[in-house]
Design a protein around this ligand. Structure first.
Ligand code: COA
Length: 162
């Protein structure tokens, strides 16, 4: 059953405590999927600063889902600039969705689906025709979600750790 939620567009700078808790949860889940993910406390200050910069300088949008006044999930994306390294046919503005998370107790109730629909609509209405995002290769829920939403895998990142 769908959970009753309110989705609010927020300024990260003014909602740091809520974003911090949600980002900590996201990074914990990333660590469980990939052991080279740094602990959140080690990257916290820089990463929050990065999010603020992306929101303020690159038309970023942060949406938080609330139920009974509690922040239970969020999504963040921003516009990626095209430069001379572009190799695809599309020359317009792109939305890059960099972060998203829903607290475990509230999953499989359509929260992320509604957050994603809201952020995509905002940029699609503004003319964006390409949306990109990364996920870990073993993040099965996210891969299923993206397939359901019409995303296709176009590149695979290979890494070698020495
Ligand atoms: C991925 C995540 C954001 C999904 O949030 P959610 O609110 O539970 O998602 P929804 O309820 O809107 O689910 C939408 C669809 O995604 C897919 N999905 C979600 N969780 C899934 C799971 N555990 N297994 C398989 N498919 C899943 C399903 O297709 C689902 O539709 P359905 O419930 O009708 O089958 C959430 O599981 C999460 O926060 N995970 C940890 C953080 C994370 O991986 N973030 C993304 C990093 S790239």
């Amino acid at each position: 059953m769908e959970l009753p939620i309110t989705i609010s567009e927020v300024t990260i700078r003014e909602h740091l405590p809520e974003i911090d808790v949600l980002m900590a949860g996201l990074h914990q889940s990333e660590r469980e999927l990939f052991d080279k993910t740094a602990p959140w406390p080690e990257i916290r200050a820089n990463y929050l600063e990065h999010l603020i910069e992306m929101q303020e300088a690159y038309e970023g949008t942060c949406l938080i889902a609330y139920t009974e006044g509690k922040a239970i999930g969020f999504i963040f994306g921003y516009v990626e600039e095209q430069d001379n390294s572009r190799i695809e046919v599309y020359t317009g503005r792109e939305l890059y969705i960099s972060d998203g998370y829903v607290q475990p107790a509230y999953r499989r109730k359509g929260v992320y689906t509604r957050l994603n629909a809201a952020i995509e609509k905002k940029y699609v209405d503004a003319g964006v025709k390409r949306i990109t995002r990364f996920t870990l290769v073993n993040n099965e829920p996210m891969k299923q979600f993206m397939a359901d939403q019409g995303y296709q895998v176009t590149r695979v990142l290979f890494e070698k750790w020495l």
